[in-house]
Ligand binder design. Structure first.
Ligand SMILES: NC(=O)c1ccc[n+]([C@@H]2O[C@H](COP(=O)([O-])OP(=O)(O)OC[C@H]3O[C@@H](n4cnc5c(N)ncnc54)[C@H](OP(=O)(O)O)[C@@H]3O)[C@@H](O)[C@H]2O)c1
Length: 247
């Protein structure tokens, strides 16, 4: 198994779901890990779980759509845990609705968090990685960015933007030994999907050749691999973790 000893990671949206699982896997592999979300209490709980693995864990409160809060959060992580070498842009929200009924605020707030937040974090962390001449950026996109879906034009536009962003930054920073990849989950059991009703859940399951929803750790293990030295020749890619839902 690969090792992340000596690395510092920042996981946005690390307070629950895929972000929490990712933070724990990175810590088990040896990284010190900071988790960032708007709810400090939940981040504190995960930071304590990280410390139980023997690594340093840090809870950071902040809204990724705010440039001021992102700057403060990244500075806090660097001051307490050291320069960030692994950035997992995981935090996201949904505000689903059909296009004709979608309010401008439903569009804008999802773009601000899910896409602009990724830009703000990446821009803030890249100078540390450039200086270290090593970096791993892993951005969470979604199967629906590849397949389309009804009622999610805001979310899908942001998640498709992340795929383009990933490829652009991968090319821009490859010469500095910084890799940038996207992980694209399918239907994963987390608080985000717990709100789906029985019919929507069954419709999703029917589309999955492996005949089960994914777990947060299915995704976390892939993110952790991309953070490792062993994944050093992979950049600008979209890695699907979807049980075959989209091939
Ligand atoms: N679950 C799935 O089936 C699935 C499928 C495809 C893709 N994904 C993607 O995988 C990632 C994780 O999904 P998940 O299901 O684990 O989501 P989740 O359970 O809803 O967790 C979202 C996390 O993001 C944080 N967050 C939301 N808005 C934020 C903001 N403005 N600033 C800082 N933190 C914020 C939340 O904490 P606070 O609310 O406290 O801020 C929470 O920690 C997302 O990018 C999602 O789009 C998930």
């Amino acid at each position: 198994m690969f090792s992340l000893d000596g690395q510092t990671a920042l996981v946005t949206g690390g307070s629950q779901g895929i972000g929490r699982a990712t933070a724990l896997v990175l810590a088990r592999l040896g990284a010190d890990v900071a988790v960032m979300a708007r709810s400090l209490d939940k981040c504190e709980t995960v930071a304590e779980e990280i410390r139980q693995t023997g690594r340093r864990g840090l809870a950071v409160k902040g809204d990724i759509s705010s440039q001021v809060e992102v700057k403060a959060a990244v500075e806090k992580v660097a001051a307490e845990l050291g320069p960030i070498g692994i950035l997992v842009n995981n935090a996201a929200v949904t505000r689903d609705g059909l296009l004709l009924r979608m309010k401008l605020d439903d569009w804008q707030s999802v773009i601000d968090t899910n896409l602009t937040g990724v830009f703000l974090l990446t821009q803030q962390v890249l100078p540390m990685m450039t200086k270290a001449r090593r970096g791993r950026i892993i951005n969470l996109t979604s199967v629906v960015a590849q397949s389309g879906n009804i009622g999610q034009v805001n979310y899908i536009s942001a998640k498709s933007g992340i795929i383009g962003f990933t490829k652009a930054v991968a090319r821009e920073y490859a010469s500095r030994n910084i890799t940038v990849n996207a992980v694209s989950p399918g239907f994963i059991e987390t608080p985000m999907t717990a709100v789906l009703n029985e019919a929507a859940r069954n419709a999703m399951l029917e589309q999955i050749p492996l005949k089960r929803p994914g777990s947060d750790f299915d995704v976390a293990n892939t993110v952790a691999f991309l953070a490792s030295d062993e994944a050093g020749y992979i950049t600008g890619q979209v890695i699907n973790v979807n049980g075959g839902m989209y091939m």
